[in-house]
Design a protein around this ligand. Structure first.
Ligand code: UGA
Length: 448
């Protein structure tokens, strides 16, 4: 059994980054996707989305013949020892998880397995609600292959924890490997695969049930979202307390090693393709089980209101928004990506437009994606200066490094009336407050 022969189903964010990381360490990887255009693109060395370091690594593994992509599921299954399922699990309108891609890929793997004599390991890496691997993947594969789980094929659930923008590093330097296993043979084999991949740097490993592994992923994202909503709520209270500043409070909290400082940056809220979708799915899942998740609902509610605080602050600083020119610095859901899925900038801009403001926006990476969302309802600047020119108010929405270098003088020089809202706490509050109209998330009035 060659554990280094692997097929990866679904060449989206999770599947493609994982594939090239495996291939870069000598694994022989076949990527499978139903999208022929995507398959051709990747085989030609191009990535379908931007991710730091991915293109170089892809070029390397294609050159070494360790990675290739196909639409042929059967060929991939027959030529690999393990198949990783990395397809998307989008939300349905009610927030619950849509498992259509999980079903279809399980079916393709099942059909292919029918013609395979050797044992095969199936590993679910997509984020799926507890019970999915056992009740859907196992059943569908058994049905279409005519084979038996635990005898002819093994089954594991192995969630990923990578972040956009640092996906490659996150895979190579994982905090832990979670292995949910149908039986110990499946878990042993997946462990062997990871021992090959990590060598002496094998991260701490937790072996558990399929359901616990599925749950850990949801609990993980819900916890991180909760940490941010928590500090955002503290920030909102700080703004009403003379002498209070959330950045110092977070620093103090973070020194308690039971809490730690990570994910305690107050701001305009969390976005992206994972936290909102996963929190909604966990809430819908709990409610289906007749449990009302009070805390999770509150985590989401705080986050729905948080972006709008920027608009409230703008109203306080410059009074009327109607007809005013508002500069938006940063559109992507976080720095280091062009991704605008569930970006807080969307809610802020829509609200400003509703209030009659003229919006001009700039982002170092997400301009093309922003144009698809806002069309000609806003103006697009080609640089920071272009964005600030003649503006009545500037709102810092995404904390790109190049915005950190801005001084009060830059705003004074280019804006019509220098009024700045720091939505991510990157500017020095005393310096900015002394030179221009300034408000920031989590910043109370200064004590005299
Ligand atoms: C998140 C998790 O961090 C990953 O562990 C997980 O694997 C991934 O979701 C997923 O489920 O696939 P990601 O969505 O890429 O990763 O982004 P994060 O870096 O976690 O940031 C999420 C949001 O939280 C961003 O909008 C960011 O601005 C916000 N955030 C983060 C804060 O507002 N404050 C913080 O202190 C940290």
């Amino acid at each position: 059994m060659d554990v280094k022969k692997v097929s990866v189903f679904g060449l989206g964010y999770v599947g493609l980054t994982f594939s090239v990381c495996l291939a870069s360490r000598g694994f022989n990887v076949v990527g499978v996707d139903v999208d022929t255009v995507k398959v051709k693109l990747i085989n030609s060395g191009e990535t379908p989305f931007y991710e730091s370091k991915l293109k170089d690594l892809l070029t390397k593994v294609l050159g070494e013949n360790n990675f290739r992509c196909t639409i042929n599921a059967k060929e991939a299954v027959l030529n690999s020892f393990a198949s990783f399922i990395c397809v998307g699990t989008p939300s349905k309108p009610d927030g619950s998880i849509d498992l259509k891609y999980i079903r279809s890929v399980s079916r393709s793997i099942g059909v292919a397995l029918k013609d395979k004599d050797d044992y095969h390991l199936i590993v679910v890496r997509s984020t799926v609600t507890p019970g999915t691997t056992r009740n859907i993947v196992k059943r569908v594969v058994e049905r279409f292959s005519g084979k038996k789980c635990g005898v002819d094929f093994g089954l594991c659930m192995n969630p990923e924890f990578l972040r956009e923008g640092s996906a490659i590093n996150d895979i190579f330097n994982s905090d832990r490997v979670i292995i949910g296993e149908f039986d110990s043979e499946s878990g042993d084999l997946l462990k062997r695969l990871y021992v090959e991949f990590y060598g002496d740097d094998l991260p701490p490993m937790l072996r558990t049930t399929l359901e616990n592994a599925e749950f850990i992923k949801y609990a993980n994202n819900a916890f991180l979202a909760m940490k941010i909503s928590f500090i955002n709520e503290i920030a909102n209270i700080c703004e009403k307390v003379k002498g209070a500043d959330v950045t110092l409070i977070a620093r103090g909290l973070g020194l308690d090693h039971r809490i730690n400082h990570l994910f305690l940056n107050a701001g305009l809220g969390w976005g992206g393709s994972c936290f909102p979708k996963d929190l909604d799915a966990l809430i819908a899942f709990s409610k289906k089980l007749s449990y009302n998740p009070i805390l999770l609902d509150a985590v989401r509610r705080v986050n729905e209101l948080q972006p709008l605080r920027a608009v409230e602050m703008a109203k306080k600083l410059i009074r009327r928004l109607k007809g005013k020119r508002i500069a938006i610095l940063g559109l992507a859901f976080k720095p280091g990506t062009d991704d605008m899925r569930n970006a807080v900038s969307i809610g802020i801009i829509n609200k400003l437009i509703e209030e009659g403001a003229v919006v001009v926006a700039y982002d170092p990476a997400a301009m093309d994606n922003a144009k698809k969302i806002f069309g000609d309802s806003i103006e697009y600047a080609s640089s920071i200066v272009d964005c600030l020119r003649d503006a009545d108010c500037a709102i810092l929405v995404t904390e790109w490094d190049e915005f950190r270098e801005l001084t009060p003088e830059d705003f004074i020089k280019y804006m019509k009336t220098p009024a700045v809202i720091d939505g991510r706490r990157i500017f020095h509050p005393k310096e900015f407050s002394s030179k221009l109209k300034f408000a920031a998330i989590g910043l109370g009035k200064f004590v005299d």
